[in-house]
Ligand binder design. Structure first.
Ligand SMILES: *Cc1c(COP(=O)(O)O)cnc(C)c1O
Length: 466
């Protein structure tokens, strides 16, 4: 058996780990060598287990090595693993596009496939710009994004992202985008509700669009939860008002559901929570965004897949005898059959198992189990939306390097968890039950207590003690 230490040595010598200062990895936070996954658990090379509290960067919806997704993939593997999607088509891509379209009531009926979230964002930005150009609106080339927004790390996506540590070094390379206030409810002044903060944020968008709307192609937003900036949550009224403004000023609305889609916020699409309740079918259709980007959970944590859903109006603007008026964007693995098949297996579970109803019950149980921790006076802004829980550790208690120390302390408690700054969050796979919730809450509490009470402990090579 190769030991953890041996894998760590070889990994550090041969890989760039993502989102990682490699010197820090070499000295303080060596990568955990995982050899096996089962449900919410990951097992390292020495047999220690870890609860995957963040669904492996929010992708793993139904636990690791899920048998039903695996079975679908094995079948696809023996028939058609891949074929290019230019000049060819195949059932998994077609069925996936149709089934996602149906989930928007047909409002977003055209799917363009790619592999990573950032690529989907690039596609939505390019498609919006090119749509206006095809319509003769060559003046519409500006984008609006939100403070604390995150849309990926390729140059276009980074240009509409506001996480300094990811973008500062590349700032000179990036196109300029307009930034507006985040509707983050934590900014509420005394007496203000989340809806009041949302209304203030909407006011800023309105001012900008009054002034620049003619030149703006699209506004891009993470509906309900701004994930990578620290699980900042906002009131759904913000999204309804944003839709109305974009319609009024003839600007596209891009909903980046890469993190919040696939049931994570309690509905399949987060945007469903912004739709009007008693409205005609036409009104409901018009209340959807012009684009939705999806990735992460859609293929259940098995294979890279992303996609952009767009409306008929967008699609029609590209139809012409002139090739150059088409959307010529492509990636080699666009619409990969295996990845699409994994996504179909994910959708099967939503269709056949009342995943959302079950999650709602599980979420109550975990929220209940977490209550003592959330009442801790060292903790502020406890919040939840669907299957996302977050709280902030007060600055005066968190201390320096909090996220790294918390992560290392979590390992000792059999938790794979990565705070963002001093925001601790849980985004577990949809496999909780009452016992697991109680266990998770207890281990999270133990981790917090350990970090706050032993800030200087050396945890670098400590295996789980449990
Ligand atoms: C993760 C994420 C992306 C980027 O997806 P990648 O697959 O990492 O490129 C874009 N937008 C949001 C909201 C995300 O959470």
């Amino acid at each position: 058996m190769t030991s953890n230490a041996e894998w760590q040595r070889r990994s550090l010598a041969s890989l760039w780990h993502p989102c990682t200062q490699m010197q820090r990895a070499a000295t303080t936070v060596p990568p955990l060598p995982m050899v096996r996954g089962q449900g919410p658990w990951l097992f390292d090379a020495e047999g220690h287990r870890y609860f995957d509290a963040l669904s492996s960067w929010w992708v793993n919806l139904f636990g690791h090595a899920d048998a039903r997704i695996a079975a679908a993939l094995k079948d696809q593997l023996d028939t058609l693993p891949h074929v290019m999607l230019a000049g060819c088509t195949h059932a998994p891509a077609v069925e996936l596009a149709e089934r996602l379209s149906a989930r928007t009531g047909g409002a977003l009926g055209h799917a363009f496939f790619a592999s990573d979230g950032a690529s989907a964002v690039e596609i939505a930005l390019k498609m919006s710009f090119h749509h206006w150009r095809n319509r003769g609106r060559i003046d519409k080339g500006e984008f609006v994004c939100l403070k604390q927004g995150y849309h990926g790390e390729t140059l276009g996506a980074l240009a509409v992202t506001d996480v300094q540590v990811f973008r500062d070094a590349y700032d000179p390379l990036l196109m300029r985008a307009h930034q507006v206030m985040s509707p983050d409810a934590r900014q509420a002044r005394p007496g203000e509700s989340a809806a009041d903060v949302a209304a203030r944020a909407v006011g800023e968008v309105e001012m900008l669009l009054r002034e620049r709307g003619e030149r703006v192609a699209a506004v891009i937003v993470e509906p309900l939860v701004q994930g990578a900036a620290g699980m900042a949550m906002h009131d759904p009224s913000y999204l309804r008002a944003l839709r109305a403004l974009c319609t009024r000023f003839d600007v596209h609305l891009i909903a980046d559901e890469i993190a919040v889609g696939c049931g994570r916020t309690g509905t399949f699409f987060a945007w469903e929570q912004a739709l009007p309740e008693d409205a005609s079918e036409a009104e409901r259709r018009a209340a959807w965004p012009d684009f939705i980007t999806l990735s992460k959970g859609i293929s259940g944590g098995f294979l890279p897949l992303s996609l952009v859903l767009s409306t008929d109006a967008v699609f029609q603007a590209f139809l012409d005898e002139d090739v150059a008026r088409g959307f010529l964007h492509s990636h080699s693995y666009t619409g990969n059959a295996l990845a699409c098949r994994a996504a179909l297996a994910v959708l099967d579970r939503f269709d056949q198992e009342d995943v959302l109803g079950r999650n709602a019950v599980q979420a109550e149980a975990l929220t209940h189990a977490l209550q003592p921790l959330l009442d801790d006076p060292r903790v502020e802004h406890p919040r939840r939306r669907g299957m996302i829980w977050a709280f902030d550790v007060r600055a005066e208690h968190a201390g320096g390097n909090f996220a790294e120390r918390f992560h290392l302390a979590g390992r000792q408690q059999e938790l794979l968890i990565r705070p963002i700054g001093r925001t601790v969050y849980l985004m577990p796979p949809y496999v909780l039950d009452e016992a697991l919730s109680a266990w998770l809450a207890q281990r999270l509490q133990a981790t917090l207590t350990d970090v706050l009470e032993h800030p200087d402990a050396d945890r670098t090579h400590q295996p789980p003690t449990a």
